[in-house]
Design a protein around this ligand. Structure first.
Ligand SMILES: [Zn+2]
Length: 211
């Protein structure tokens, strides 16, 4: 782990610095004061030893959890390759783990995404698909929105014959509070083009995911 006063690079390529004092028009002091207010609201004393640095840590954690706002997912897909020697079948990156936060309670959503596309005339470096997942995950999200955003981004950037995104995730707002149902997973999918229109291609995709 990097020393705290050094810039750190998250794997979305965003540089986060301890010294960032204003982010999106809010000063670091105001952000920390808001955390302090929530600690009091929760019933604790923000001045006790264990909590005295917590507002600062939470502010820094937020800049990591929500670093997706600093990214441009479409730009991540801008470098494409056309020389694929006639390869024209499904490209699938499966079991991409991600962490996000629900926009209703700001608690974690953790899960895995399968991202596939059927190339028309170009492909991208495979790691870029995982970066796009992270770019959208590191924002306040609903799973439905995130699923559609990933699919639409790939669809518009690569103009493929189809895109398929399947996300399976656990929502802590449901497993640790509210209805309190541990172990429940939510599954969402967005299919475009051939994945949506051709049941045989959809079946091939599901076979690849389950192999
Ligand atoms: Zn929630």
């Amino acid at each position: 782990m990097a020393p705290l006063d050094q810039p750190t690079s998250s794997d979305t390529g965003v540089i986060l610095t301890e010294t960032a004092t204003v982010l999106h028009g809010v000063s670091r002091e105001d952000a920390e004061a808001a955390v302090r207010t929530l600690l009091i609201w929760a019933g604790d004393d923000p001045n006790r030893e264990g909590l005295v640095d917590t507002p600062s840590r939470v502010a820094k954690a937020y800049s990591e959890f929500f670093s997706g706002y600093e990214t441009d997912p479409a730009a991540m897909l801008s470098r494409t390759f056309e020389e694929v020697h006639g390869y024209n079948d499904i490209v699938l990156l499966r079991d991409i783990t991600f962490q996000s936060h629900c926009e209703h309670h700001v608690v974690p959503i953790t899960g895995t995404a399968h991202v596939a596309y059927l190339p028309a005339d170009r492909v991208v470096g495979i790691s870029k698909l995982a970066r796009v997942v992270d770019a959208y995950a590191r924002r306040l999200q609903t799973q439905e929105t995130m699923t559609a955003q990933i699919a639409n981004c790939i669809d518009q950037a690569l103009l493929p014959r189809g895109v398929a995104v399947i996300i399976k995730a656990q929502h802590q707002c449901m497993t640790t509070r509210g209805v309190n149902k541990p172990g429940v997973a939510m599954v969402t999918r967005t299919f475009t083009g051939a994945f949506d229109a051709d049941p045989a291609i959809e079946r091939r995709l599901m076979d690849l995911i389950n192999t």
